[in-house]
Design a protein around this ligand. Structure first.
Ligand SMILES: Nc1ncnc2c1ncn2[C@@H]1O[C@H](COP(=O)(O)OP(=O)(O)OP(=O)(O)O)[C@@H](O)[C@H]1O
Ligand SMILES: [Mg+2]
Length: 327
């Protein structure tokens, strides 16, 4: 029986699909859907190297871009990307390749690649500490360059004056010690599209992000306080379905995404969809994360959402094994 080695660590929730309990759910789902699986919880590069050298497995699935003890924020790697090591050692792995993963964790890099290839993204400026303020049209949106789970996003993320822009950029530098990303504020409906599998195993599932409007503050944006608490629901799209799928497909092709990747997007002031960001390790918390919600929305089974969750995990693993020539 083919075996998956799941890699996680203290940074699993910030960087990857969730904390250790989520990885345990993924492991269980793999075992209940026809493959074997084992978790390696690694705190250091030494423990990581030990796991990949000494455990037996056919393919790796990492919940981490790189090893870190930071459990609240992602930040940037010191250069040791796990996917680079898998490539070096010719270890098959689930998820996008190293080049794609490095682009996805870096929101400006993602925007730049998409922009070059003609995929719609907001105007954007990466502002490091000491850089001049960008000359932007207001309102603009200010966020960290390398975070997820809406870390660093609050009501002040939408800025309307040069003073507000300067203050929010400073907040990002001081709080997260990383460049700020200043981009066009996209005021319209938010969508997310899941790309699942590759080739003949591939499907796209579009969803509309719905939140009780009373929970929004001044702006209809997903603030950090609204994430991981069950208030964001994914509903079937009623409009923009084809446009959302097409935009996601263009982004996935431009970035060379594989297996399980999610593109977040919103409508701009003129009603055009633009990519906000592309998630290389989407959340996999059973029934709560967007991928399981979207899979159940598209493929509800009589046995209920936990069975759908097993099918989602099986779909990702099977598709990755097939492209790696393991099955
Ligand atoms: N340019 C923008 N215009 C309007 N809202 C935005 C913009 N960028 C981000 N947002 C809002 O902030 C939220 C978080 O932004 P984004 O998706 O870039 O960050 P994230 O923290 O990486 O999210 P995820 O948890 O999906 O990884 C979005 O879901 C959206 O509501
Ligand atoms: Mg997002």
């Amino acid at each position: 029986m083919k075996k998956v080695l799941l890699i996680t660590g203290p940074a699993g929730d910030a960087q990857g699909w969730g904390d250790l309990s989520v990885t345990e759910n993924v492991c269980q789902a793999i075992k209940e859907s026809g493959y074997d699986a084992q978790i390696a919880f690694v705190n250091t590069m030494e423990e990581f190297n030990d796991a990949i050298e000494n455990l037996s497995y056919d393919i790796v699935w990492s919940c981490l871009y790189y090893i870190s003890d930071k459990s609240e924020t992602i930040g940037m790697s010191n250069g040791e990307w796990l996917a680079d090591i898998f490539d070096e050692k010719k270890i098959p792995y689930i998820g996008p390749d190293a080049k794609c993963m490095k682009a996805l964790i870096h929101k400006t890099a993602t925007h730049d690649i998409l922009d070059t290839k003609g995929v719609a993204v907001p105007y954007h400026f990466q502002i490091a500490s000491g850089d001049d303020l960008p000359d932007v049209a207001f309102p603009a949106f200010v966020k960290p360059s390398y975070e997820s789970r809406s870390v660093g996003i609050n009501d002040d993320s939408v800025v309307n004056t040069t003073e507000e822009l300067a203050r929010q950029i400073q907040y990002i530098h001081n709080t997260f010690d990383q460049p700020a990303l200043v981009e066009e504020y996209l005021p319209g409906q938010e969508y997310t599209v899941l790309m699942l599998g590759n080739g003949e195993h591939q499907e796209y599932i579009p969803g509309r992000v719905e939140v009780d409007p009373e929970l929004f503050g001044k702006y209809p944006i997903l603030k950090s306080t609204m994430r991981g608490v069950g208030v964001t629901k994914i509903k079937p799209t009623t409009k923009m379905t084809q446009q959302a799928n097409d935009l996601c497909r263009q982004a996935m092709e431009a970035l060379n995404c594989l297996d399980h990747v999610r593109a977040d997007m919103r409508l701009d002031a003129f009603g055009n969809l633009k990519i906000i960001e592309v998630n290389g390790i989407p959340g996999l918390k059973p029934l709560k994360s967007w991928s399981p919600q979207m899979f159940t929305m598209q493929h509800p089974s009589e046995q209920g959402p936990m069975e759908d969750y097993r099918k989602l995990i099986n779909h990702i693993v099977t598709s990755a094994m097939a492209r790696s020539g393991l099955i």
